[in-house]
Design a protein around this ligand. Structure first.
Ligand SMILES: *Cc1c(COP(=O)(O)O)cnc(C)c1O
Length: 472
Protein backbone atom coordinates (compact mmCIF):
# COMPACT_ATOMS: atom_id res chain seq x y z
CA UNK A 1 0.00 0.00 0.00
CA UNK A 2 1.19 3.49 -0.83
CA UNK A 3 1.56 5.28 2.47
CA UNK A 4 3.13 8.50 1.16
CA UNK A 5 0.78 11.28 0.25
CA UNK A 6 2.20 11.46 -3.28
CA UNK A 7 0.80 9.70 -6.35
CA UNK A 8 2.68 6.98 -8.22
CA UNK A 9 4.80 8.39 -11.09
CA UNK A 10 3.18 8.50 -14.51
CA UNK A 11 3.94 5.47 -16.68
CA UNK A 12 7.04 6.55 -18.63
CA UNK A 13 6.34 4.30 -21.63
CA UNK A 14 3.08 6.19 -22.07
CA UNK A 15 4.13 9.63 -20.86
CA UNK A 16 7.86 10.01 -21.52
CA UNK A 17 9.68 13.05 -20.18
CA UNK A 18 10.23 15.88 -22.60
CA UNK A 19 13.84 15.06 -23.51
CA UNK A 20 13.14 11.39 -24.18
CA UNK A 21 10.10 12.30 -26.16
CA UNK A 22 11.91 14.76 -28.40
CA UNK A 23 14.62 12.21 -29.16
CA UNK A 24 12.01 9.72 -30.32
CA UNK A 25 10.11 12.38 -32.29
CA UNK A 26 13.28 13.37 -34.14
CA UNK A 27 14.29 9.77 -34.76
CA UNK A 28 10.87 9.02 -36.19
CA UNK A 29 10.94 12.07 -38.45
CA UNK A 30 14.25 10.92 -39.96
CA UNK A 31 13.21 7.28 -40.23
CA UNK A 32 9.99 8.18 -42.03
CA UNK A 33 11.82 10.38 -44.53
CA UNK A 34 14.29 7.57 -45.21
CA UNK A 35 11.51 5.04 -45.63
CA UNK A 36 9.71 7.35 -48.02
CA UNK A 37 12.79 7.56 -50.26
CA UNK A 38 13.28 3.80 -50.22
CA UNK A 39 9.62 3.26 -51.13
CA UNK A 40 9.88 5.43 -54.24
CA UNK A 41 12.84 3.32 -55.44
CA UNK A 42 11.34 -0.04 -54.55
CA UNK A 43 8.27 -2.13 -55.21
CA UNK A 44 4.75 -0.67 -55.15
CA UNK A 45 3.53 -4.00 -53.82
CA UNK A 46 4.04 -5.49 -50.36
CA UNK A 47 6.98 -7.87 -50.09
CA UNK A 48 6.28 -9.22 -46.65
CA UNK A 49 6.55 -12.90 -45.84
CA UNK A 50 3.13 -13.11 -44.23
CA UNK A 51 3.78 -16.43 -42.49
CA UNK A 52 6.80 -15.00 -40.74
CA UNK A 53 4.99 -11.77 -40.03
CA UNK A 54 2.07 -13.58 -38.36
CA UNK A 55 4.51 -15.52 -36.22
CA UNK A 56 6.20 -12.29 -35.13
CA UNK A 57 2.86 -10.70 -34.46
CA UNK A 58 1.75 -13.66 -32.36
CA UNK A 59 4.86 -13.06 -30.25
CA UNK A 60 3.37 -9.80 -29.01
CA UNK A 61 1.58 -11.14 -25.96
CA UNK A 62 1.81 -7.77 -24.17
CA UNK A 63 3.10 -9.42 -21.04
CA UNK A 64 6.48 -7.62 -20.98
CA UNK A 65 6.99 -3.94 -21.87
CA UNK A 66 9.37 -3.42 -24.81
CA UNK A 67 11.66 -0.68 -26.07
CA UNK A 68 9.63 1.92 -27.89
CA UNK A 69 12.48 2.72 -30.30
CA UNK A 70 12.47 -0.89 -31.44
CA UNK A 71 8.68 -0.95 -31.63
CA UNK A 72 8.62 2.16 -33.79
CA UNK A 73 11.29 0.74 -36.10
CA UNK A 74 9.29 -2.49 -36.29
CA UNK A 75 6.08 -0.59 -37.11
CA UNK A 76 7.72 1.48 -39.84
CA UNK A 77 9.19 -1.69 -41.34
CA UNK A 78 5.80 -3.45 -41.41
CA UNK A 79 4.28 -0.49 -43.23
CA UNK A 80 7.24 -0.28 -45.56
CA UNK A 81 7.00 -3.93 -46.52
CA UNK A 82 3.45 -4.91 -45.67
CA UNK A 83 1.13 -2.60 -47.60
CA UNK A 84 0.53 -1.36 -51.14
CA UNK A 85 2.25 2.03 -51.32
CA UNK A 86 -0.04 4.97 -51.92
CA UNK A 87 3.11 7.07 -51.61
CA UNK A 88 4.82 5.35 -54.54
CA UNK A 89 4.84 7.56 -57.66
CA UNK A 90 3.73 4.59 -59.75
CA UNK A 91 0.67 3.78 -57.68
CA UNK A 92 -1.98 4.50 -60.34
CA UNK A 93 -4.68 3.38 -58.02
CA UNK A 94 -8.04 3.70 -56.42
CA UNK A 95 -8.21 7.44 -55.59
CA UNK A 96 -5.96 6.88 -52.55
CA UNK A 97 -3.47 9.72 -52.59
CA UNK A 98 0.10 10.27 -51.58
CA UNK A 99 -0.80 12.67 -48.77
CA UNK A 100 0.25 16.31 -49.04
CA UNK A 101 2.69 17.60 -46.44
CA UNK A 102 0.46 20.25 -44.79
CA UNK A 103 -2.11 17.56 -44.03
CA UNK A 104 0.52 15.42 -42.32
CA UNK A 105 1.58 18.41 -40.28
CA UNK A 106 -2.03 19.07 -39.39
CA UNK A 107 -2.32 15.51 -38.07
CA UNK A 108 0.72 16.08 -35.91
CA UNK A 109 -0.69 19.28 -34.44
CA UNK A 110 -4.09 17.73 -33.85
CA UNK A 111 -2.59 14.63 -32.26
CA UNK A 112 -0.67 16.80 -29.82
CA UNK A 113 -3.75 18.71 -28.65
CA UNK A 114 -6.36 16.01 -29.23
CA UNK A 115 -9.28 18.43 -29.17
CA UNK A 116 -12.80 17.02 -28.88
CA UNK A 117 -14.81 18.44 -31.75
CA UNK A 118 -18.20 17.19 -30.62
CA UNK A 119 -19.03 20.62 -29.29
CA UNK A 120 -18.09 24.20 -29.92
CA UNK A 121 -18.04 24.66 -26.16
CA UNK A 122 -15.01 22.31 -25.96
CA UNK A 123 -13.33 23.41 -29.17
CA UNK A 124 -14.51 26.85 -30.22
CA UNK A 125 -11.62 27.61 -32.60
CA UNK A 126 -11.40 24.16 -34.27
CA UNK A 127 -15.17 24.04 -34.83
CA UNK A 128 -15.04 27.42 -36.56
CA UNK A 129 -12.02 26.49 -38.66
CA UNK A 130 -13.92 23.45 -39.96
CA UNK A 131 -17.04 25.48 -40.65
CA UNK A 132 -14.96 28.07 -42.49
CA UNK A 133 -13.42 25.45 -44.79
CA UNK A 134 -16.83 23.89 -45.46
CA UNK A 135 -18.27 27.31 -46.40
CA UNK A 136 -15.33 27.94 -48.73
CA UNK A 137 -15.96 24.60 -50.46
CA UNK A 138 -19.70 25.32 -50.64
CA UNK A 139 -19.08 28.74 -52.20
CA UNK A 140 -16.60 27.27 -54.64
CA UNK A 141 -19.32 24.79 -55.69
CA UNK A 142 -21.75 27.67 -56.20
CA UNK A 143 -24.05 26.91 -53.28
CA UNK A 144 -25.74 29.83 -51.50
CA UNK A 145 -23.84 31.79 -48.85
CA UNK A 146 -25.72 30.14 -45.98
CA UNK A 147 -24.88 26.60 -47.08
CA UNK A 148 -23.27 24.55 -44.33
CA UNK A 149 -22.02 21.06 -43.58
CA UNK A 150 -19.25 19.25 -41.79
CA UNK A 151 -16.27 16.97 -42.09
CA UNK A 152 -16.95 13.23 -42.08
CA UNK A 153 -14.79 10.17 -41.63
CA UNK A 154 -15.40 9.23 -45.25
CA UNK A 155 -17.36 9.78 -48.42
CA UNK A 156 -19.55 6.88 -47.40
CA UNK A 157 -20.50 8.67 -44.17
CA UNK A 158 -21.28 11.80 -46.18
CA UNK A 159 -23.44 9.84 -48.65
CA UNK A 160 -25.19 8.13 -45.74
CA UNK A 161 -25.85 11.55 -44.24
CA UNK A 162 -27.47 12.67 -47.49
CA UNK A 163 -29.93 9.78 -47.31
CA UNK A 164 -30.81 10.51 -43.68
CA UNK A 165 -31.37 14.18 -44.59
CA UNK A 166 -33.50 13.24 -47.60
CA UNK A 167 -35.68 10.90 -45.52
CA UNK A 168 -36.00 13.47 -42.75
CA UNK A 169 -37.09 16.19 -45.13
CA UNK A 170 -39.42 13.96 -47.14
CA UNK A 171 -41.43 12.85 -44.10
CA UNK A 172 -41.55 14.78 -40.81
CA UNK A 173 -42.60 11.62 -38.97
CA UNK A 174 -39.53 9.69 -40.20
CA UNK A 175 -37.67 10.91 -37.12
CA UNK A 176 -40.09 9.21 -34.73
CA UNK A 177 -41.42 6.30 -36.78
CA UNK A 178 -38.70 5.45 -39.26
CA UNK A 179 -39.65 4.23 -42.72
CA UNK A 180 -43.03 3.05 -41.38
CA UNK A 181 -44.03 6.71 -41.53
CA UNK A 182 -44.02 6.72 -45.35
CA UNK A 183 -47.15 5.97 -47.34
CA UNK A 184 -45.28 3.29 -49.29
CA UNK A 185 -41.82 1.78 -49.76
CA UNK A 186 -39.16 4.44 -50.33
CA UNK A 187 -36.58 4.45 -53.13
CA UNK A 188 -33.30 6.17 -53.92
CA UNK A 189 -31.76 6.52 -57.35
CA UNK A 190 -28.23 6.50 -58.60
CA UNK A 191 -26.56 5.02 -61.66
CA UNK A 192 -25.22 1.58 -62.46
CA UNK A 193 -21.73 3.09 -62.30
CA UNK A 194 -22.24 4.49 -58.80
CA UNK A 195 -20.05 3.70 -55.82
CA UNK A 196 -21.01 0.27 -54.44
CA UNK A 197 -21.25 1.59 -50.87
CA UNK A 198 -24.72 2.94 -51.74
CA UNK A 199 -26.16 -0.53 -51.17
CA UNK A 200 -24.66 -0.68 -47.67
CA UNK A 201 -25.99 2.81 -47.04
CA UNK A 202 -29.52 1.71 -47.99
CA UNK A 203 -29.15 -1.21 -45.61
CA UNK A 204 -27.74 0.91 -42.75
CA UNK A 205 -30.43 3.55 -43.09
CA UNK A 206 -33.12 0.89 -42.76
CA UNK A 207 -34.71 1.46 -46.16
CA UNK A 208 -33.29 -1.85 -47.38
CA UNK A 209 -30.99 -2.64 -50.24
CA UNK A 210 -33.93 -3.20 -52.59
CA UNK A 211 -34.76 0.51 -52.24
CA UNK A 212 -31.67 1.32 -54.30
CA UNK A 213 -32.45 1.82 -58.01
CA UNK A 214 -29.44 1.56 -60.30
CA UNK A 215 -30.43 3.68 -63.29
CA UNK A 216 -29.12 2.83 -66.76
CA UNK A 217 -26.10 4.67 -68.14
CA UNK A 218 -25.57 6.19 -71.56
CA UNK A 219 -22.87 3.81 -72.80
CA UNK A 220 -20.17 6.22 -71.64
CA UNK A 221 -20.54 5.67 -67.91
CA UNK A 222 -22.96 8.54 -67.18
CA UNK A 223 -26.43 8.28 -65.73
CA UNK A 224 -29.10 8.48 -68.44
CA UNK A 225 -31.35 11.27 -67.15
CA UNK A 226 -34.30 10.19 -69.34
CA UNK A 227 -34.06 6.71 -67.90
CA UNK A 228 -33.91 8.31 -64.46
CA UNK A 229 -37.10 10.29 -65.07
CA UNK A 230 -38.79 7.13 -66.34
CA UNK A 231 -37.84 4.98 -63.35
CA UNK A 232 -38.96 7.65 -60.87
CA UNK A 233 -42.29 8.12 -62.65
CA UNK A 234 -42.97 4.36 -62.81
CA UNK A 235 -42.14 4.01 -59.13
CA UNK A 236 -44.58 6.78 -58.24
CA UNK A 237 -47.35 5.09 -60.22
CA UNK A 238 -46.77 2.00 -58.11
CA UNK A 239 -47.00 3.77 -54.79
CA UNK A 240 -43.26 3.93 -54.16
CA UNK A 241 -42.00 7.13 -52.50
CA UNK A 242 -38.84 8.50 -54.22
CA UNK A 243 -36.67 10.27 -51.63
CA UNK A 244 -33.20 10.79 -53.07
CA UNK A 245 -31.50 11.17 -56.44
CA UNK A 246 -27.71 10.89 -56.20
CA UNK A 247 -25.73 11.85 -59.29
CA UNK A 248 -22.02 11.07 -59.40
CA UNK A 249 -19.45 13.67 -60.41
CA UNK A 250 -16.42 11.53 -61.12
CA UNK A 251 -17.42 7.88 -61.05
CA UNK A 252 -15.14 5.52 -59.21
CA UNK A 253 -14.74 3.18 -62.16
CA UNK A 254 -14.32 5.60 -65.03
CA UNK A 255 -14.08 9.16 -63.71
CA UNK A 256 -17.28 10.09 -65.56
CA UNK A 257 -19.56 12.96 -64.61
CA UNK A 258 -23.32 12.37 -64.70
CA UNK A 259 -25.35 15.11 -66.44
CA UNK A 260 -25.68 17.12 -63.25
CA UNK A 261 -28.12 19.75 -64.50
CA UNK A 262 -30.53 17.28 -66.16
CA UNK A 263 -30.52 15.06 -63.08
CA UNK A 264 -31.20 18.17 -60.98
CA UNK A 265 -34.17 18.99 -63.21
CA UNK A 266 -35.64 15.52 -62.66
CA UNK A 267 -35.15 15.85 -58.90
CA UNK A 268 -36.70 19.31 -58.85
CA UNK A 269 -39.74 18.31 -60.90
CA UNK A 270 -40.28 15.31 -58.60
CA UNK A 271 -39.64 17.22 -55.38
CA UNK A 272 -36.87 14.79 -54.48
CA UNK A 273 -33.66 15.57 -52.57
CA UNK A 274 -30.78 16.02 -55.03
CA UNK A 275 -27.36 14.85 -53.92
CA UNK A 276 -24.14 15.05 -55.92
CA UNK A 277 -21.52 12.48 -54.98
CA UNK A 278 -18.30 14.25 -55.96
CA UNK A 279 -16.17 12.26 -53.52
CA UNK A 280 -13.18 12.26 -55.85
CA UNK A 281 -14.14 14.62 -58.71
CA UNK A 282 -15.10 17.53 -56.45
CA UNK A 283 -11.47 18.62 -56.28
CA UNK A 284 -11.77 19.71 -59.92
CA UNK A 285 -13.56 22.76 -58.51
CA UNK A 286 -10.09 24.06 -57.63
CA UNK A 287 -9.11 24.35 -61.27
CA UNK A 288 -10.31 27.31 -63.35
CA UNK A 289 -9.84 25.16 -66.43
CA UNK A 290 -11.74 22.10 -65.16
CA UNK A 291 -14.40 23.41 -62.79
CA UNK A 292 -16.82 24.04 -65.66
CA UNK A 293 -17.05 20.24 -66.08
CA UNK A 294 -18.98 20.20 -62.80
CA UNK A 295 -21.61 22.72 -63.98
CA UNK A 296 -24.92 21.82 -62.32
CA UNK A 297 -23.27 20.93 -59.00
CA UNK A 298 -24.58 24.26 -57.67
CA UNK A 299 -28.13 22.87 -58.00
CA UNK A 300 -27.51 20.16 -55.42
CA UNK A 301 -29.30 19.99 -52.08
CA UNK A 302 -26.18 18.28 -50.77
CA UNK A 303 -22.69 17.26 -51.83
CA UNK A 304 -20.07 14.71 -50.89
CA UNK A 305 -16.45 15.70 -51.44
CA UNK A 306 -13.60 13.68 -49.96
CA UNK A 307 -10.57 15.71 -49.00
CA UNK A 308 -8.69 12.40 -48.74
CA UNK A 309 -9.03 11.68 -52.43
CA UNK A 310 -8.00 14.30 -54.99
CA UNK A 311 -7.32 16.98 -52.38
CA UNK A 312 -4.81 14.41 -51.13
CA UNK A 313 -5.17 14.89 -47.40
CA UNK A 314 -4.49 12.00 -45.08
CA UNK A 315 -7.30 9.47 -44.59
CA UNK A 316 -10.14 9.60 -43.70
CA UNK A 317 -11.35 13.06 -44.43
CA UNK A 318 -14.72 13.45 -46.12
CA UNK A 319 -17.04 16.42 -46.35
CA UNK A 320 -20.80 16.75 -46.40
CA UNK A 321 -22.12 20.09 -47.67
CA UNK A 322 -25.77 21.07 -47.84
CA UNK A 323 -28.02 23.92 -48.89
CA UNK A 324 -30.42 23.89 -45.95
CA UNK A 325 -28.55 23.37 -42.69
CA UNK A 326 -31.78 23.13 -40.69
CA UNK A 327 -32.27 19.57 -41.95
CA UNK A 328 -29.12 18.44 -40.15
CA UNK A 329 -30.37 19.86 -36.87
CA UNK A 330 -33.59 17.94 -37.34
CA UNK A 331 -31.90 14.71 -38.39
CA UNK A 332 -29.24 14.52 -35.66
CA UNK A 333 -30.81 16.33 -32.73
CA UNK A 334 -30.54 14.92 -29.25
CA UNK A 335 -31.12 16.26 -25.76
CA UNK A 336 -28.35 16.04 -23.15
CA UNK A 337 -27.50 17.96 -20.05
CA UNK A 338 -23.84 16.93 -19.79
CA UNK A 339 -22.48 18.41 -23.01
CA UNK A 340 -20.76 21.79 -22.91
CA UNK A 341 -23.07 23.20 -25.57
CA UNK A 342 -23.14 26.65 -26.86
CA UNK A 343 -26.71 27.55 -27.67
CA UNK A 344 -25.73 30.19 -30.22
CA UNK A 345 -23.83 27.82 -32.50
CA UNK A 346 -24.30 24.49 -34.19
CA UNK A 347 -22.53 21.80 -32.27
CA UNK A 348 -21.26 18.94 -34.41
CA UNK A 349 -22.69 16.32 -32.04
CA UNK A 350 -26.14 17.80 -32.72
CA UNK A 351 -25.79 17.98 -36.50
CA UNK A 352 -23.80 14.92 -37.59
CA UNK A 353 -23.59 11.13 -37.41
CA UNK A 354 -20.57 11.14 -35.09
CA UNK A 355 -20.31 12.10 -31.43
CA UNK A 356 -16.66 12.16 -30.32
CA UNK A 357 -14.90 13.63 -33.28
CA UNK A 358 -11.36 14.25 -34.45
CA UNK A 359 -10.31 17.64 -35.76
CA UNK A 360 -10.11 16.61 -39.42
CA UNK A 361 -10.67 19.98 -41.03
CA UNK A 362 -7.24 21.34 -40.17
CA UNK A 363 -5.84 19.04 -42.85
CA UNK A 364 -7.66 20.77 -45.68
CA UNK A 365 -7.49 24.19 -44.02
CA UNK A 366 -3.68 24.12 -43.88
CA UNK A 367 -3.28 22.57 -47.31
CA UNK A 368 -5.70 24.95 -48.99
CA UNK A 369 -4.26 27.95 -47.17
CA UNK A 370 -0.70 26.95 -48.08
CA UNK A 371 -1.36 26.18 -51.75
CA UNK A 372 -4.41 28.32 -52.45
CA UNK A 373 -7.04 27.31 -54.98
CA UNK A 374 -4.36 28.02 -57.54
CA UNK A 375 -2.04 25.40 -56.06
CA UNK A 376 -4.77 22.79 -55.85
CA UNK A 377 -5.86 23.72 -59.37
CA UNK A 378 -2.33 23.00 -60.59
CA UNK A 379 -2.29 19.71 -58.65
CA UNK A 380 -5.53 18.55 -60.25
CA UNK A 381 -4.55 19.68 -63.75
CA UNK A 382 -1.22 17.90 -63.39
CA UNK A 383 -3.01 14.61 -62.68
CA UNK A 384 -5.18 15.09 -65.78
CA UNK A 385 -2.02 15.70 -67.79
CA UNK A 386 -0.34 12.57 -66.38
CA UNK A 387 -3.30 10.51 -67.58
CA UNK A 388 -3.30 12.22 -71.00
CA UNK A 389 0.34 11.19 -71.37
CA UNK A 390 -0.39 7.60 -70.32
CA UNK A 391 -3.29 7.49 -72.76
CA UNK A 392 -1.39 8.76 -75.80
CA UNK A 393 1.55 6.43 -75.13
CA UNK A 394 -0.69 3.39 -74.73
CA UNK A 395 -2.72 4.31 -77.80
CA UNK A 396 0.51 4.59 -79.80
CA UNK A 397 1.13 0.95 -78.82
CA UNK A 398 -2.30 -0.14 -80.01
CA UNK A 399 -4.17 0.00 -76.72
CA UNK A 400 -7.75 1.22 -76.81
CA UNK A 401 -9.25 3.79 -74.41
CA UNK A 402 -12.72 2.64 -73.31
CA UNK A 403 -13.86 5.62 -71.24
CA UNK A 404 -13.84 9.25 -72.31
CA UNK A 405 -13.18 11.07 -69.05
CA UNK A 406 -12.01 14.66 -68.84
CA UNK A 407 -10.65 13.87 -65.39
CA UNK A 408 -7.71 11.70 -64.36
CA UNK A 409 -9.03 8.16 -64.87
CA UNK A 410 -8.27 6.03 -67.89
CA UNK A 411 -9.88 2.68 -68.68
CA UNK A 412 -8.04 0.75 -71.38
CA UNK A 413 -7.94 -2.63 -73.04
CA UNK A 414 -4.77 -4.07 -74.54
CA UNK A 415 -4.33 -5.11 -78.18
CA UNK A 416 -5.16 -8.80 -78.59
CA UNK A 417 -1.53 -9.91 -78.97
CA UNK A 418 -0.50 -8.32 -75.65
CA UNK A 419 -2.52 -10.77 -73.61
CA UNK A 420 -5.44 -11.11 -71.23
CA UNK A 421 -6.27 -8.31 -68.83
CA UNK A 422 -6.29 -10.62 -65.84
CA UNK A 423 -2.80 -11.89 -66.70
CA UNK A 424 -1.42 -8.45 -67.46
CA UNK A 425 -2.58 -6.99 -64.17
CA UNK A 426 -1.40 -10.01 -62.19
CA UNK A 427 2.04 -9.94 -63.79
CA UNK A 428 2.35 -6.18 -63.43
CA UNK A 429 1.51 -6.29 -59.73
CA UNK A 430 3.86 -9.14 -59.04
CA UNK A 431 6.65 -7.24 -60.81
CA UNK A 432 6.02 -4.40 -58.33
CA UNK A 433 6.85 -1.85 -61.06
CA UNK A 434 3.46 -0.10 -60.88
CA UNK A 435 -0.05 -0.55 -59.52
CA UNK A 436 -3.21 -0.45 -61.64
CA UNK A 437 -6.63 -2.03 -61.13
CA UNK A 438 -8.57 -4.62 -63.02
CA UNK A 439 -12.07 -3.20 -63.25
CA UNK A 440 -15.18 -2.99 -65.37
CA UNK A 441 -16.54 -0.02 -67.25
CA UNK A 442 -20.02 -0.22 -68.78
CA UNK A 443 -19.93 -3.96 -68.23
CA UNK A 444 -16.63 -4.42 -70.05
CA UNK A 445 -13.45 -5.69 -68.40
CA UNK A 446 -10.79 -2.98 -68.42
CA UNK A 447 -7.53 -1.92 -66.86
CA UNK A 448 -8.15 1.18 -64.77
CA UNK A 449 -5.37 3.71 -64.35
CA UNK A 450 -5.75 6.80 -62.16
CA UNK A 451 -3.20 9.51 -61.32
CA UNK A 452 -3.17 9.78 -57.55
CA UNK A 453 0.39 10.87 -56.76
CA UNK A 454 1.24 14.55 -57.07
CA UNK A 455 4.89 13.87 -57.98
CA UNK A 456 4.57 11.23 -60.71
CA UNK A 457 7.08 12.05 -63.47
CA UNK A 458 7.17 11.32 -67.20
CA UNK A 459 9.79 8.67 -66.42
CA UNK A 460 7.19 7.02 -64.16
CA UNK A 461 4.66 7.21 -66.99
CA UNK A 462 7.14 5.55 -69.37
CA UNK A 463 7.90 2.86 -66.82
CA UNK A 464 4.17 2.17 -66.35
CA UNK A 465 3.54 1.96 -70.06
CA UNK A 466 6.47 -0.32 -70.71
CA UNK A 467 5.62 -2.48 -67.69
CA UNK A 468 2.00 -2.81 -68.84
CA UNK A 469 2.91 -3.54 -72.42
CA UNK A 470 5.32 -6.31 -71.47
CA UNK A 471 3.24 -7.79 -68.65
CA UNK A 472 1.10 -10.12 -70.78
C1 LIG B 1 -14.51 6.81 -52.92
C2 LIG B 1 -15.91 7.10 -53.28
C3 LIG B 1 -16.94 6.95 -52.34
C4 LIG B 1 -16.70 6.37 -50.98
O1 LIG B 1 -15.91 7.25 -50.24
P1 LIG B 1 -15.06 6.70 -49.00
O2 LIG B 1 -14.36 7.93 -48.55
O3 LIG B 1 -14.12 5.67 -49.57
O4 LIG B 1 -16.00 6.15 -48.02
C5 LIG B 1 -18.20 7.29 -52.72
N1 LIG B 1 -18.46 7.76 -53.94
C6 LIG B 1 -17.51 7.91 -54.88
C7 LIG B 1 -17.87 8.44 -56.23
C8 LIG B 1 -16.19 7.58 -54.57
O5 LIG B 1 -15.23 7.72 -55.50
Amino acid sequence: MNTSDDLPSPVPALFPARGARERVDDLLTRELANANERIARGSVMPRLDMARFRQELAGFDFERPQSVEQLLAWSVAQLEHGAVHMTHPRYFGLFNPAPVAPSQWADRIVSAFNPQLASSGSSPAPVEIEAHVIRAIARRAGLPADAAGHFTASGSEANYTSLICALTRAEPRFSAEGVRAFSGPVALYTSRECHPAWSKIAHQAGVGRSALRLVATDGNGRMDSHALAGVVARDREQGVVPVLIAATAGTTGGGMIDPLASCAAVARSQGVWYHVDAAWGGAALASERLRGLLAGIELADSLTIDAHKWFATTMGCGMFVLRDAAVLSEAFRVATDFMPSNASSLDPYLTTVQWSRRFLGLRLFLSLAAAGWIGYGAHVERAVEVIAQVKSRLQARGWQAINDSSLAVLCVVPPAETGEIREIVRNLLSSGRAWVARSTFEGREVIRICATHGETTLADVDELVSALHTAG
